[in-house]
Design a protein. Structure first.
Length: 100
């Protein structure tokens, strides 16, 4: 229940902050300038960037998590825009598998 309230609050904050509209097959994609997106994730939601990966030369995937296990998947574009593409709960960090 708390997660849904958090998402709703974020959507309202983005509307009043003047987000950049995005068209996507995903129901709700929220895009903003990267610095503003990172600032909101850090200060409004207490999240830190936990993982990153390069998708292609123009895109970086970022996973942001908080202490409660909530997570946010963000695509950061070389153009200076970042978009939230998914959010969820119960993130757990796993270590590397032992190949032996």
């Amino acid at each position: 229940m708390f997660r849904h309230a958090r998402i709703a609050l974020f959507l309202v904050a983005c509307v009043f902050a003047g987000p950049i509209a995005a068209r996507s097959p995903i129901a709700e994609v929220i895009c903003e300038p990267t610095e503003r997106m990172h600032d909101k994730l850090r200060h409004q939601f207490g999240e830190t960037r936990s993982a990153t990966g390069i998708r292609d030369p123009e895109q970086v995937m970022e996973v942001w998590t908080d202490a409660k296990g909530d997570w946010t998947l963000v695509v950061t574009y070389a153009s200076g825009t970042s978009c939230i593409v998914a959010m969820g709960e119960n993130w757990s960090q796993t270590g590397p598998e032992n190949p032996a």
